[in-house]
Write a protein that binds this ligand. Structure first.
Ligand code: MN
Length: 138
């Protein structure tokens, strides 16, 4: 392997079982062993958010545009802005997404667990309900 510009990956619509609303992502990096790093750019339209989920090895989000939310199970709602970097620890249930009235884009960096663990990178749970989602004007 030499240093090269990678082939562009298509922008993919986030699957309806993992997201509420319209979400698009680009997978910019998915390392081959021994690298297990993953880097995506995720674009959330207003009101769109992930379902509840957890990452086996945690995840770091870096907001590039707009206004968004991140919340851990039982934790306070955190408003995120461009330039904010947010880490969710390994195995912690959480969701993230746009506010009701703004787009939000973030880079998402995470790692796959070691193959011998047999653990999935991300475990998905139920949707973030309209009651859980802060749809009131900020
Ligand atoms: Mn996450």
């Amino acid at each position: 392997m030499s240093t090269t510009i990678q082939t562009k990956t298509p922008t993919v619509k986030g699957p309806a079982e993992w997201f509420s609303g319209d979400v698009y992502f680009n997978a910019y990096y998915s390392g081959d062993e021994p690298s297990r790093a993953r880097l995506n750019l995720v674009r959330f339209t207003p009101g769109a958010r992930t379902a509840w989920h957890k990452h086996a090895v945690g995840q770091t989000l870096h907001v590039t545009e707009g206004v968004g939310y991140v919340q851990s199970r039982g934790g306070e709602l955190i408003e995120m802005h461009p330039g904010d970097t947010v880490h969710t620890p390994a195995g912690e249930w959480h969701w993230h997404g746009a506010t009701a009235d703004q787009f939000m884009c973030h880079l998402a960096l995470w790692e796959a667990p070691a193959p011998e663990t047999g653990e999935p990178e991300t475990t998905w749970g139920e949707k973030v309900s309209d009651a859980e989602y802060p749809s009131a004007a900020r």
